[in-house]
Write a protein that binds this ligand. Sequence first.
Ligand code: ATP
Length: 458
Amino acid sequence: MIVDRAVRILVADDEPLFLRTTVSLLEKAGFECRGAPHGHAALEMLQREKFDLILSDLDMPGNSQLEVLHRSRETWPDIPLVVITGAPSLPSAIESLRLGIADYLLKPVKYDDLLQVVRKALTNSAANQTPVPKNTPADSARSKSIGLIGECPPMLAVREMIERSAASDANVLITGPSGTGKELVAESIHRQSRRSGRPFQVVDCTAIPESLFESVLFGHARGAFTGAVRDQPGLLLNADGGTVFLDEIGELPAVQQAKLLRVIQTQSFTPVGMAQQRQVDVRFLCATNVDLDAEVDAGRFRGDLFYRLAVIHIEMPSLKARGDDVVRLAEHFLVTLRPECSPVRGFSPEVIALFREYNWPGNVRELRNAVERGHALCKGTAIVPEDLPPAIRERTPPSATSNESRAEALLEAEKHYLIGLLKEQKGNIAGCSRAAKVSRQCLHGLLVKHQLDPAEFR
Ligand SMILES: Nc1ncnc2c1ncn2[C@@H]1O[C@H](COP(=O)(O)OP(=O)(O)OP(=O)(O)O)[C@@H](O)[C@H]1O
């Protein structure tokens, strides 16, 4: 269950307006929320009450030494913690990543992005806390496929590849357009593999600044650089015995590719500022939506690394190629996203027809967002076309006309801005989100909204 009335969230932020709005938005989405105006209040509430998730600002009174992060990771390590900040600094970013936070969002945060991150953190935390029964008949591959919906022939082939990959320890490369479920597939492989009792560590290659790559992955010694106040183990050591999922591997710069290759070949690395090598036992799963073969040919991605990573290759089909899975997925999302008290029970026949006809450039993620929006706007018991985003309703991207409304003109301007940005950054997501000063999730949302594919600008 992703959304549940009983799910309690602690929001800690010293900006009264942000605190009030976030609490009220999360409550509208069916969560029970408590707001803390500073770090001390947050820690007091954590002592007194039970929470399922903490959403915390970094730069607020009572958190100058990241007390909320340190204390909560020491005392309540099972409560996922999402950091939201308007003033990111490198030491605090490193420290947050190392302390095992569930996610890191930059203000201003879009409502959809916030909800997506909150739900993902809750889902991951539930999965990590669910003990996996050993060798029971119910231990079927499907029951461990963590909600991977799909019965069409291409998805049955993907399921079979998941099972085969899970039975081996070979590295897997998962490719396919954005939003097709690559991360979900990686997690399914991990959960069905012998490593399922150990961590599944996600590394978003576009989210780690180049200068921090070694320190975040390999860890560092106290005093190795300014801000390194204690020894830190790094993500690889944290994942020992488990699986490391390298998302957006195609965006990894050349220097980091060489470092990663060495780890994969030797299963060892040297933490920053230490002399001694560390040995680990990790399996690598990777995903990308760029054509890595072509990147190798163009000399931008190392061929030796590619062959090490792509021992098994799983190609995800676009949502448009999945036939009636679109309806199965829509029903699945409605059931998992709606609170139990919601009167919305399904979709009108017109909506089902639109779902079948539409192109879905943003794939499953776009469908999920459409169902979420449809549910939020629905006035009756069935979602109708008016509850859907205009692009789906009209089966085409919105276009400006001579008598366009202000909203349409703004939409068009936003699209032009994004196209210019994509051209300037040559389709590089990390570069675009930095230049636009929005989070990656927010940028993804905008690209989906305007049906823009960054691959076309590379
Ligand atoms: N087959 C599926 N069944 C259920 N949910 C799915 C399926 N495929 C994708 N999803 C959901 O769609 C969303 C996007 O999936 P995911 O993040 O795994 O895609 P991705 O291909 O890794 O995207 P990106 O390339 O942008 O990182 C998630 O909320 C995920 O849970």
